[in-house]
Ligand binder design. Sequence first.
Ligand SMILES: Nc1ncnc2c1ncn2[C@@H]1O[C@H](COP(=O)(O)OP(=O)(O)OP(=O)(O)O)[C@@H](O)[C@H]1O
Length: 259
Amino acid sequence: MEISQKDFCHRSIVSIDHVSFSYEHKKVIDQLRFDVLERDFVGVIGSNGAGKTTLLKMLVGLLKPTDGEIRLFDSPLSQFKDWERIGYVPQKNAFNPLFPATVREIVLSGMYSKKRIYRRLSKAELQKAEDAMLAMRIEDLADRKIGQLSGGQQQRAFLARAIVNNPELLILDEPTVGIDAETQIGFFRMIRHMHQHHHMTFIMVSHDMDMMQSYLGTEPQQVSGGIKFHVKHTHDPEDCRETNLTHSIGQIREMIGVQ
Ligand SMILES: Nc1ncnc2c1ncn2[C@@H]1O[C@H](COP(=O)(O)OP(=O)(O)OP(=O)(O)O)[C@@H](O)[C@H]1O
């Protein structure tokens, strides 16, 4: 069978098929269907308690759907093993000041998969961690204890951790909560750049309507229960040529424009 250009740059990244979820007897997600294609930017918007975080937790395997099926990169979630293809930044949790890990250790921990937790990292992998910290402009904080940093600095460390493997899919749950306005602008500029030039697909929960609508438009592609999905594709869906895979994580840094 001939593979068209459209198929090539529109692989299925996430497929959510009639998924429901209940906490004990409380149904939070009901028969949700949604597909995320390669190079989509999906903004997930909804009121408090609509089930956005629950949905993201199901996508990364932290919660199991009560019903329905989720596929990641065309594999059923239960069989999916390539977790390094996915970066995930959960909702912000302030770290206890006594938490012992340094920023570098946190970023390096993104490199370990479940089965390879004790292996030695190669020089190239160590360099990737330095690049990710540079990209997030936290290289000066590399040896500081994470618990001693501000909320925004901690969040940048977790973003560096999430991008260290150059993931194909980045899942972000309210990534700019607790970050000052100037840093937020730099952050959104950076993720737009990653979306347009680094061949990344995004799923992002945010309450920042201004940012979401300015990039993704005011009309949601889909409304399901209390959750709205706003979607933007990088380019004309028929055209794969805009992809520029020559950028490195280090170059993202140029785009941030914040101190
Ligand atoms: N562990 C849990 N046990 C029971 N109920 C829960 C649990 N976690 C969340 N819920 C409930 O499920 C619903 C959906 O929660 P969820 O965190 O997914 O919402 P959300 O859309 O992310 O909200 P927010 O915008 O406030 O972050 C809420 O009513 C919440 O109280």
